[in-house]
Design a protein around this ligand. Structure first.
Ligand code: 5AD
Ligand code: SF4
Length: 475
């Protein structure tokens, strides 16, 4: 062996996968692997797949075709590459992946990542498939990131606090691929957040497929709510901003709404998928709430946090959706005033109840999607424009493209560029917005440093915050 072994992890889909990819890399770092940015020189390639999109499995198979070529080229140079497929496609397809793509050495689902070192050992003498839901808690076995790895990932970090979903919306594969809801104990999440904060992380986003269904054990052995968990995390020195995603409307309980009133660290933004604005379709989707229920939650949240911005996931063209149902969705978007939303054209997922229902013609779905997207784009632009002249706190993340420029995020996650010293990276400062571009804001430091950590490490080289780069998934 001439040097450390190299690992290339490619993450698809949601933020849970990004988090999982990091934890896999942390676990393999303890085994002597260093991460590389390209698959070409890797000894181990992990594709951390996502099953939520249409033809997800087919896309993975075509990527594996490229991996086969890489593997052959490496073999000609006397080098061996191991190829692993992880994530929800691995969970759903299992053994089938080895049959269709013999180039693959390991297949394992989201609950088996902690077994990676052991699986790699076993892969020396044959193929490995592990799509079990093991009894042990994978988080107890996954290595923690080093301080250096944490710093490199930026001032904003994710923590998975909950996995799986018991809601069984009729369009969704998550309950089948990620299994039933499991929450991590409060103590362990607090310990992980404390470690991150000590390494310089200032913003933590709690993630889970149904994150507000969180019910992890507290120190007294009782089930804690997400609201209670947020209180514990807000107390950690250095943690300045908290977010969570993705939530289900039915789990917006009193303690969570109160947390938005009581915790200034909880950012004024809520991603709350509604999926449809029609009661008929909501019922067919098994969403378990009505449009009126949703609007009530929005009102309650606005009563405690008037500046809160709502974002959502919306599906058009669900089986049976009429023009009137679609009009109800457009109306709901307007009633709530979403500042943006991820929009999806319904597509059947094999094995889910909605896949068996009578499907709408593609042309209708396309036309509705376009109309909705136009509406959402206009809302997004209007929201950005509404920030002109406003003064708010910015968490600075990295140097900008131009000398002297630094880039951070507004409370609503919009990128904000200002002229300022790199010593502000990792700090929160007040900024007044002076100019707008299509997707970002330009501002001037308003003069006051809102929050500073006495021992904040110098971090001039942070990559962009992941939270803004990736898609939401679940709930
Ligand atoms: N078709 C279209 N969109 C879907 N989503 C989940 N399953 C499907 C499907 N079968 C969307 C939902 C969910 C988001 C992550 O993906 O809006 O909230
Ligand atoms: Fe669960 Fe969300 Fe999927 Fe519904 S859409 S089954 S709440 S993950």
């Amino acid at each position: 062996m001439t040097g450390p072994r190299k690992l290339f992890v490619k993450s698809y889909g949601c933020q849970m996968n990004v988090y999982d990819s990091h934890r896999m890399a942390d676990t393999l770092a303890a085994e002597g692997y260093v991460e590389t940015a390209t698959p070409d020189d890797a000894d181990l390639i992990v594709l951390n797949t996502c099953h939520i999109r249409e033809r997800a499995a087919e896309k993975v198979y075509s990527e594996l075709g490229r991996m086969r070529v890489l593997k052959q080229q490496a073999a000609q140079q006397g080098r061996e590459i191991k190829v692993a497929v992880a994530g929800c496609v691995a969970q759903a397809e299992g053994q089938e992946i080895l049959r269709r793509a013999p180039t693959v050495d390991l297949v394992f689902g989201p609950q088996s990542y902690h077994r990676l070192p052991d699986m790699l050992e076993r892969a020396k003498s044959g193929k490995v498939v592990d799509t079990e839901f093991p009894p042990e808690d994978k988080f107890d076995h996954l290595a923690a990131p080093s301080k250096a790895a944490t710093r490199k990932r930026g001032v904003s970090a994710f923590i998975t606090v909950q996995e799986g979903c018991d809601k069984f919306c009729t369009f969704c594969v998550v309950p089948y691929t990620r299994g039933s809801e499991v929450s991590r104990p409060v103590e362990k999440i607090v310990a992980e957040a404390t470690r991150l904060a000590e390494a310089g992380v200032r913003e933590i986003t709690l993630i889970g497929q149904n994150v507000n269904g969180y019910h992890g054990e507290d120190a007294g052995g009782r089930a804690a709510t997400l609201g209670q968990l947020l209180h514990c995390l807000a107390d950690i020195p250095g943690v300045a901003r908290l977010r969570y995603s993705t939530s289900h409307p039915c789990d917006m309980d009193d303690s969570l709404i109160a947390a938005h009133r009581d915790l200034p660290a909880l950012m004024p933004q809520l991603h709350l998928p509604v999926q449809s604005g029609s009661d008929r379709i909501l019922e067919a989707m098994n969403r378990r709430h009505t449009r009126a229920d949703y609007l009530r939650i929005v009102d309650r949240m606005r009563a405690v946090r008037p500046n809160i911005a709502f974002t959502s996931d919306i599906i058009v063209g669900f089986p049976g959706e009429t023009d009137r149902d679609f009009a109800d969705t457009m109306k709901l978007v307007d009633d709530v005033g979403f500042v943006t939303a991820y929009t999806f054209k319904y597509s059947p997922r094999p094995g889910t109840p909605a896949a068996e229902m009578d499907q709408l013609p593609e042309a209708i779905k396309d036309e509705r999607l376009q109309r909705l997207q136009r509406d959402i784009a206009a809302r997004q632009a209007a929201f950005l424009a509404s920030q002109q002249g406003v003064t708010f706190d910015v968490l600075f993340e990295k140097s900008g493209r131009y000398p002297g420029q630094i880039v951070g995020r507004s409370p609503y996650l919009q990128p904000v560029q200002v002229m300022g010293p790199t010593s502000l990276i990792g700090e929160i400062a007040s900024v007044t917005v002076t100019e707008l571009s299509a997707n970002s804001l330009f501002g001037a430091l308003a003069g006051s440093l809102v929050s500073s950590l006495a021992k904040a490490p110098a971090r001039a080289d942070h990559p962009q915050t992941e939270a803004a780069q990736i898609e939401a998934a679940g709930a």
